[in-house]
Design a protein around this ligand. Structure first.
Ligand SMILES: Cc1cc2nc3c(=O)[nH]c(=O)nc-3n(C[C@H](O)[C@H](O)[C@H](O)COP(=O)(O)OP(=O)(O)OC[C@H]3O[C@@H](n4cnc5c(N)ncnc54)[C@H](O)[C@@H]3O)c2cc1C
Length: 400
């Protein structure tokens, strides 16, 4: 008997399956061909409550909690990794960070539209100089002129930046102050001038849900859109990544699960020397490792969700889950490719696409080395990963 989701979460994953069957599968091919951003699909996901799990009903959320967002993220990624991409922009790193750190006016103005899918979100931290040292590499500046800030610089790999209505963007208000000089802004690219976003060509990933290079030239942001105080941006970004790692771990688990399911089906169908592949012990070893790694990744991910659900410090648990799920998914993607062998390269099979999303998610929200550094320094007593006070408005913790 496997670890089972409580009934309410099983119902949520049924909703994900229904949306994928009814709203995504019939149209995804056309969007992939045209490259058009699938606004109506994101809207339907929002209407179904799939982005609102960690938000109160007063903002249009479902208040279903962190276990629910975990279940939704895993199932989306298992079935359609392209749309799993939306979980952080529409449900977690973008709106949850505004909810967590924003004023009442900012929360009311921005969060309901994001979680309903009426506004497209983004989280713009990484710059061309390197994502692993986001603070050190940050060259983008924000200079205050009366009631506005003027932003100049560039960002790299920013998901949905070409479609964004309401995003979070980090820039230096005091470049000499290192990470203490970073400030967070809620930006509205469609309202201002001086913002350009160009999708980056990446074969394997979606052609309609893209990540972009962003260029800012005197891009104006009103002072009322600053999130938190000047200089609080790095703390806000790190807190956002902690919650983002939960959905990334869940999405990696979903991808690994997809690898196992495809591998099992293929191993039963493919006959070599008159026997199904699955009867060969070396193939069975690949499948056995997947069959153990995946529930272990899921258990760590649910443990991270539990720390958030109960308002505990969650940085360590989220890093552990993200790191382990990344390893499990990488192993599963390679095992699936070994089982499919030559057919892994054929476009008619999902092997290449899943591998591309595994690579993307393993890197996003902190590479494996970044997680190793966090976890090793924690274990060695150099730096407690859970040293920061809990900031989790969904559970009433508002320490700075
Ligand atoms: C498809 C895609 C979508 C993305 N979406 C977003 C987004 O929406 N918003 C956003 O802000 N970012 C986004 N990212 C950026 C992502 O977070 C970065 O790619 C990631 O943080 C790594 O940065 P980098 O690629 O610049 O690698 P680098 O920082 O250049 O690192 C290169 C290698 O060096 C290793 N390394 C770095 N420092 C150390 C060290 N001290 N010790 C040992 N090894 C080290 C890294 O682990 C890595 O293996 C996205 C990336 C991709 C590919």
């Amino acid at each position: 008997m496997d670890f089972e989701l409580p009934e309410e979460y099983a119902a949520i994953t049924d909703t994900v399956r229904r949306i994928v069957e009814a709203e995504i599968k019939p149209v995804i091919g056309a969007y992939e061909t045209s490259g058009e951003f699938p606004y109506p699909v994101i809207r339907k996901m929002g209407d179904a409550g799939l982005f609102g799990a960690t938000f109160p009903e007063s903002l249009g959320g479902t208040d279903a909690g962190f276990f629910a967002i975990t279940a939704i993220s895993e199932e989306f990624s298992r079935l359609t990794p392209e749309f799993g991409y939306a979980m952080n922009q529409q449900a977690m790193t973008c709106p949850f960070t505004i909810f967590n750190w924003g004023s009442d006016a900012q929360i009311e103005r921005f969060v309901p539209d994001l979680i309903a899918g009426r506004a497209i979100g983004m989280f713009a931290l990484t710059e061309p100089g390197g994502g692993s040292d986001a603070a050190g590499a940050m060259k983008t500046t924000a200079r205050r002129h009366g009631d506005i800030y003027r932003l100049n610089g560039s960002k790299q790999w920013i998901t949905f930046a070409n479609a964004c209505d309401t995003g979070l963007l980090f820039a230096k208000t005091d470049p000499a102050a290192g990470h203490a000089g970073i400030t967070a802004f809620v930006v509205e690219p469609k309202r201002g001038r001086g913002y350009r976003a160009h999708p980056i060509a990446m074969s394997g990933l979606s052609n309609c849900l893209r990540s972009c290079a962003v260029f800012l030239e005197d891009f104006e942001v009103p002072v009322e859109n600053r999130l938190g105080a000047e200089g609080e941006g790095f703390k806000i970004a790190m807190n956002a990544l902690e919650y983002g790692r939960l959905t990334v771990a869940a999405r990696l688990t979903g991808l690994a699960q997809a690898c196992l399911e495809h591998s099992v089906t293929y191993s039963k169908e493919r006959l070599i020397r008159g026997k199904p592949l699955g009867e060969y012990q070396m193939i069975q070893q690949l499948i056995a490792d997947m069959a153990v790694n995946i529930p272990a990744a899921r258990a760590l991910t649910w443990r991270a969700a539990w720390t958030m659900e109960t308002g505990r410090p969650s940085s360590r648990a989220a890093a552990q889950a993200k790191y382990f799920a990344g390893n499990a998914a990488r192993h599963a993607a390679q095992a699936m490719a070994d089982i499919y062998a030559g057919y892994a390269l054929a476009d008619e099979y999902p092997v290449k696409k899943i591998a591309a999303y595994v690579n993307m998610l393993t890197v996003g929200e902190g590479t494996p080395n970044v997680q190793r550094i966090l976890l090793a320094e924690d274990a060695l007593g150099i730096k407690d990963t859970d040293r920061h006070p809990v900031r989790n408005r969904a559970r009433g913790h508002l320490s700075r």
